[in-house]
Design a protein around this ligand. Structure first.
Ligand code: GLN
Length: 470
């Protein structure tokens, strides 16, 4: 549907009812949304002509919305209701968009598959056997299924771009600091950004324009001048050597994207990013180290559903914390907290954490060097197509393989650069997307390029799609 049709649906209770029934039906198949309410925040009448007026959106459940649950996909926070809204949410609302629900996710944003939520796995609307990607699994699946045209997600190591690619939609990871993190539950603070998932690049552009800019509640946020999209870039670089282990289908789709850029007047050149092979390892050291500190607050005393001992006078606080965290956190989260605690242990810091920080510096230098030689970089989002859920056989990926595969997305989090994932090929129901990465604060440029590509090569829709409900 167009944004005008969405606005009309929002302000007409009969149309809204029909839409709501269809969303409920689809959600029964996909488990994309943890909560949905077509009425609570819907505008009574939609006036104004901004591109976001009347547009419903869903919010990844690690981003706060005043009065709504904030579970982070964790049993530990199953009963938490947020007393305030994240800045990105408030700014979208000020632009006339409205919150329709909260989206499922991998617990605390940890995962690449959408299978690590305490509230059950999310299915890919293209093919229910395939994972939707993660950790913004519900956000991407909801947009791909047409439940809503827009969603907020978070991207610490690829969590907006990888599920967007797996679900055949657009996923923008802004420059670090371009969007306020106020109201985003911290996973790894030096890598976290609030990102946008949308069914068109135009809508992603409108949403980014609304949320961007400094915020007094996040000292790392900045207002940068909007980049002026100067037509198509002249030179796009592809880090060829790093692509050795690519799945054959992903390699073909990369070639398609290169071809589309060339057809649009760009020159595609090879670039060198030798540090790329260390990105996944460095990312996981830094992310788990920061996570082990950030997640210490979920102890049943400050936050979290308390388990066991009441913690009153004379009672054993350590027992309470242990019982709460043992019962509340899922296995993947526990593994990461332990890993993060380990890499920060005295005696091991030099071997892991300091080394990872040096890789981070090296990767940033390499990316900056190549972005002086070319305008943008083109990369796959993920080295394999959406894999089959719950299996390590066949095209399944085990946990370690999933982590190693985060290299192409993790790079932009380590360096802070913006990157935009866009659909290129539906690959018989297992969509493959690519990403463009550019200089700091080049989001408008990235979106403009992808808009041009989309006009000429429009991506198809999945089978499980809401269609026109009006
Ligand atoms: N897949 C990565 C991880 O599991 C990225 C997560 C994210 O961006 N939140 O850490």
């Amino acid at each position: 549907m167009t944004t005008q049709q969405w606005a009309a649906t929002a302000s007409d209770s009969a149309r809204r009812g029909k839409w709501s029934a269809r969303v409920a039906e689809l959600n029964g198949e996909l488990n994309a949304l943890l909560s949905f309410d077509a009425d609570a925040r819907a505008p009574v009448a939609v006036s104004g002509d901004g591109p976001l007026f009347g547009v419903p959106f869903v919010v990844k459940d690690n981003i706060a919305v005043d009065g709504l649950p904030l579970t982070c996909g964790s049993r530990l926070l199953a009963d938490l209701v947020s007393p305030y809204s994240a800045t990105a949410v408030a700014r979208l609302e000020q632009a006339g968009a409205w919150v329709a629900g909260k989206a499922n996710l991998d617990e605390f944003g940890m995962g690449s598959s959408g299978q690590h939520s305490a509230f059950g796995p999310v299915r890919n609307p293209w093919d229910h056997r395939a994972v939707p990607g993660g950790s913004s699994s519900g956000s991407a699946a909801a947009v791909a299924a047409g439940m809503v045209p827009l969603a907020l997600g978070s991207d610490t190591g690829g969590s907006v771009r990888q599920p967007a690619s797996f679900c055949g939609v657009y996923g923008l990871k802004p420059t670090y600091g371009a969007v306020s993190r106020f109201g985003l539950v911290a996973y790894a603070s030096s890598l976290d950004v609030v990102g946008i998932i949308a069914d068109t690049p135009q809508l992603a552009r409108a949403a980014f324009a609304a949320v961007r800019g400094a915020d007094e509640w996040d000292q790392s946020s900045v207002t940068a001048a909007a980049s002026q999209p100067a037509g198509m870039p002249s030179k796009v670089g592809v880090p060829r050597v790093a692509l050795a282990g690519l799945d054959a289908r992903v390699a073909e789709v990369l070639a398609t994207a290169e071809h589309q850029l060339e057809e649009s007047g760009c020159t595609v050149v090879d670039v060198e990013l030798p540090a790329l092979e260390h990105v996944a390892a460095a990312y996981y050291v830094i992310a788990t180290a920061e996570a082990s500190a950030n997640l210490a607050r979920y102890d049943g005393i400050r936050y979290g559903a308390r388990v066991g001992d009441g913690g009153g006078p004379g009672e054993d606080a350590e027992k309470l914390v242990r019982a709460t965290r043992s019962a509340g956190f899922g296995q993947e989260v526990k593994t990461r907290i332990l890993t993060g605690t380990f890499v920060l242990r005295s005696g091991f810091q030099e071997q892991y954490y300091q080394r990872a920080q040096r890789v981070r510096t090296l990767v940033r230098e390499e990316v900056e060097r190549e972005l002086r030689r070319c305008d943008l970089l083109l990369l796959p989002t993920y080295p394999v197509p959406p894999f089959t859920a719950g299996s390590t056989a066949g095209d399944g990926l085990d946990e370690l393989q999933q982590k190693q595969a985060d290299l192409f997305t993790g790079i932009a989090n380590l360096t802070g650069h913006p990157a935009l994932a866009f659909p290129v090929d539906s690959n018989g129901g297992r969509p493959i997307g690519m990403q463009l990465m550019g200089p700091a604060h080049s989001e408008e440029q990235l979106l403009a390029v992808v808009e041009r590509l989309t006009e000429r090569w429009p991506p198809p829709r999945p089978g499980s799609h809401i269609g026109e409900v009006a």
